[in-house]
Design a protein around this ligand. Structure first.
Ligand code: PRT
Length: 111
């Protein structure tokens, strides 16, 4: 990526690539190899990348934290593409929450 984009545009572009990779050769595409290995492998990668993100945060390295957070987001997006969840679905949920404090939401949550 030559120039910096906003996060939404970068994630939309990644998602479009991940959809294209559904029909790609697993020997030539990392995403295609994940789709071929299946849900358990994708979920294990999310677990691994989550742990690496936690360790990066604990280590106090900003660059490591950015790197691992993007790895985690990447694998979450592979899961979304597999499951047919679109970035717009996340945007709708974020918008639904906008302006509502987490404390307020917690107080009225049905247990
Ligand atoms: N954004 C990414 C991206 N982020 C992370 N990764 C890969 O995610 C993997 C992260 O796994 P690890 O750090 O655990 O590395 P590893 O130990 O080698 O991985 P495993 O052997 O455990 O699978 C690495 O192979 C990274 O290269 C990504 N691979 C691809 N993309 C994008 O997807 C596009 C298409 O890629 P292909 O599907 O390979 O064509 C690329 O052009 C990029 O834009």
């Amino acid at each position: 990526m030559s120039e910096s984009k906003d996060l939404g545009a970068a994630l939309d572009e990644l998602y479009a690539t991940l959809l294209e990779r559904k029909t790609a050769d697993p020997a030539k595409s990392y995403a295609a190899s994940l789709y071929e290995k299946g849900l358990d492998t994708i979920l294990k990668k999310i677990g691994e990348e989550s742990a690496e993100t936690l360790i990066a945060a604990k280590n106090g390295s900003r660059s490591e934290l950015v790197y691992e957070t993007v790895d985690l987001l990447y694998h979450l997006f592979v899961l979304m593409a597999r499951e047919g969840i679109q970035p717009a679905d996340l945007a709708v949920e974020l918008q639904r929450r906008a302006g509502r404090s987490g404390l307020e939401e917690k107080a009225v949550r049905v247990k």
